[in-house]
Design a protein around this ligand. Sequence first.
Ligand code: P6P
Length: 341
Amino acid sequence: MEDYEPAESDSSRIGLTLETYILEGMLGRREARGYFTSLLNQLALAAKMITSRVRRAGLVNVLGTTGDTNATGDVVQKLDQEAHETLLRVLGRRNHCAAAASEEEEDIRVLSTAQSAQYLVVFDPLDGSSNIDVNISIGTIFGVYRKDHDGPATQADFLKPGRELQAAGYVIYGSSTQFVITTGGSVHGFTYDPSVGEFLLSHENIRVPVHHATYSINEGNAGRWAPGVKRWNEWVKEENPTQGRPYSSRYVGTLVADAHRTLLRGGLFAYPADAKNPEGKLRLLYEANPFAFIFEAAGGVATTGQARILDLQPTTLHQKVPLILGSKRNVAEFLRFTDEP
Ligand code: P6P
């Protein structure tokens, strides 16, 4: 990952469009290159197109499922498929993206063999799609790698540790649509203004608070957790006002929503391994790695409980991984229990 100058927070920049922020290299890149800049703007365009469909989901007949299941066995919602196809179509237009790996497809999709196609994109087109029909926040997650050889992209090109990401981000389709992105130096949030059709800078240089008395985990899995996770879960709920416990529990069931809240407010999100999901449930390439890259850039931590997420060497496109994500002190509290024999 190249050395970046973290962007200073400058209120005069609030309201700048995402496109301007990228074009003027304000994501903290020393040498913003045309191809990379264009690729990020293509991702922003795809986000606008998906936003317009998500916002009308209740009105246009796109709710419900296609009847298919995707590469990872999840039931495909119509909007999943639309978001997937939108991202592939937009990324395939400018010959800067050589190939994409999506949650919705078993293998990679080669998009260009042009010399200018120097990047690879991983994405979950619509995370939390089971929440679409009940109007709960959903999101898109993406990561950008550089293709480091000539010739067509192959699946092996995507099996890079997350620390080699060049950019990562997500879009949350919530009470407003927000686009959060980092190229490694600092993390910035842009809020969509439908009246002008632009993402406007609203959260410059996001930093994860060092601690917050909130935890986010599906406690319905408690009976399947390892003993250390169970002990941590009891500790956060103990009545101990002098130590600020019990913590508050917040769980949406959409990774993008739970991670976004944790990024802005602090605390801890955990989807640990359990007896039913011994490798965890979340996907390394297009869920855990992009969020790990974002959280570390914002001063947070992302671990499996045993290893730094960004150091993991992927072996398959859709492999699962336990994910513990959040504020430094909250993650340290969690590991204190799970590191015990
Ligand atoms: P559970 C949504 O289906 C998802 O992939 C993530 O967005 C979310 O964090 C997780 O699964 C929720 O899983 O088992 O708590 O419903």
